[in-house]
Unconditional design. Structure first.
Length: 381
């Protein structure tokens, strides 16, 4: 029997979603407006966040069983590509992943999902980097978290934390408000100028109801969340790389040197072509991972491949696009430099490329068949 494969052409609903997302981000993503929010030190774009909620973009990706549009992870990837294209400052990826997780595993204990859907709650996902972990242990009917995370993506703009914590070799996912006793948050401006945070947990107590999927369900909720966050970050990377390449193609075609456009130089054309190829690899592996997740498959292999391409290929792309802009590319006030900064920061969120490649290698080395590899993923988690 032939296994189903993804059709990379968007259907009508997906095209409408893409066009709506593009219009919303374009309205708030002019270069000067992004520069102004950086100068103001704004943690996130309040007006854009409200419009994302009002237009129903967040609801569109939630399952039909939760009164959503049912467009799933591919839908979220489509939206996040547009965020990457315009470099808009909103914690959409982690908040959307948290909303999808609550809709999937149940929100009876936390009742945060309604607050996410009306825009009051914003969620950062913490502890997804395998190199820096938080530990959690059970104390009676409660859970106690300890540990420090040096950088949590966009946590400086969020009201809640979805924490992936190590419970004696099993990962658990717990959803906590940032003001919970035992949580110390130190916001700082990251290299992308987005507001990140260092977070320390000191005997932080969580209720059993705040454990995603329930205390008896270890492993799956954490993997479910991490796979979708990694795919969402790859979608942002895809969008920013495509836009950086587009701007570079326009610049090198218009910029004259020695009486002819820069793009007519073979070295320029070849490097731009390599950046385009990397960008397409990022996009296709990312969409494949998103599609596999929507099929309900164990897609961790596809996710790690997409995440590795986003980091490895993304860094090459933004180095090339910055270089091909000459001195303008190194100007920190130039918008093309912002694509470079965003990509460099995304390169380390949830684990750098070598760590992800090592993780993928561990999974693939256990068994040679798809069924064996899927079992290996569970063992690895």
């Amino acid at each position: 029997m032939n296994e189903p494969s993804m059709d990379f052409a968007f259907d009508e609903q997906q095209q409408i979603l893409r066009d709506l997302a593009s219009a919303v981000f374009a309205e708030h993503g002019a270069d000067e407006r992004i520069a102004q929010t950086e100068r103001d030190g704004t943690a996130y774009d309040h007006e854009l966040w409200a419009q994302l909620i009002d237009t129903g973009l967040l609801d569109a990706i939630l399952p039909v069983t939760a009164d959503g549009g049912g467009l799933g992870m591919v839908g979220l990837a489509i939206i996040l590509e547009q965020q990457g294209r315009y470099l808009c400052r909103v914690p959409l990826a982690p908040t959307a992943v948290a909303a999808m997780a609550l809709a999937h595993f149940g929100d009876e204990g936390t009742e945060i999902l309604p607050s996410i859907r009306d825009g009051r709650a914003r969620v950062a996902v913490a502890g997804v980097d395998p190199l820096t972990r938080v530990t959690v242990g059970q104390r009676g009917d409660q859970w106690v978290l300890n540990g420090a995370l040096p950088q949590v993506y966009l946590a400086g703009s969020c009201t809640h934390l979805l924490v992936i914590a190590d419970d004696s070799g099993r990962d658990r996912a717990l959803l906590l408000p940032v003001e919970r006793c035992g949580i110390d948050i130190d916001p700082f401006e990251g290299i992308s100028r987005n507001i990140q945070a260092a977070i320390t947990f000191t005997d932080c107590v969580a209720e059993a109801s705040e454990c995603l999927g329930g205390p008896a369900n270890a492993g799956e909720p954490a993997r479910w969340v991490r796979d979708r966050l990694l795919t969402g970050l790859a979608a942002i990377e895809s969008g920013l790389c495509r836009e950086a390449v587009r701007r570079t193609a326009r610049y090198s075609s218009e910029r004259q040197q020695f009486g002819r456009p820069l793009s007519t130089n073979q070295g320029v054309a070849m490097r731009a072509a390599d950046a385009h190829i990397d960008t397409e690899a990022i996009r296709l592996t990312m969409l494949d991972a998103a599609w596999q997740l929507d099929q309900g498959e164990n897609a961790t292999e596809a996710v790690l491949i997409a995440a590795w391409w986003a980091r490895e290929g993304g860094v090459r792309v933004v180095h090339a696009t910055q270089h091909l802009h000459g001195g303008m590319g190194a100007d920190t006030d130039s918008h093309i430099h912002r694509f470079f900064l965003w990509a460099r920061e995304l390169d380390i969120v949830a684990g750098p490329a070598p760590a992800l490649l090592h993780e993928l290698g561990d999974i693939l080395s256990v068994a040679g068949t798809p069924r064996g590899r899927h079992s290996a993923v569970e063992a690895h988690r």
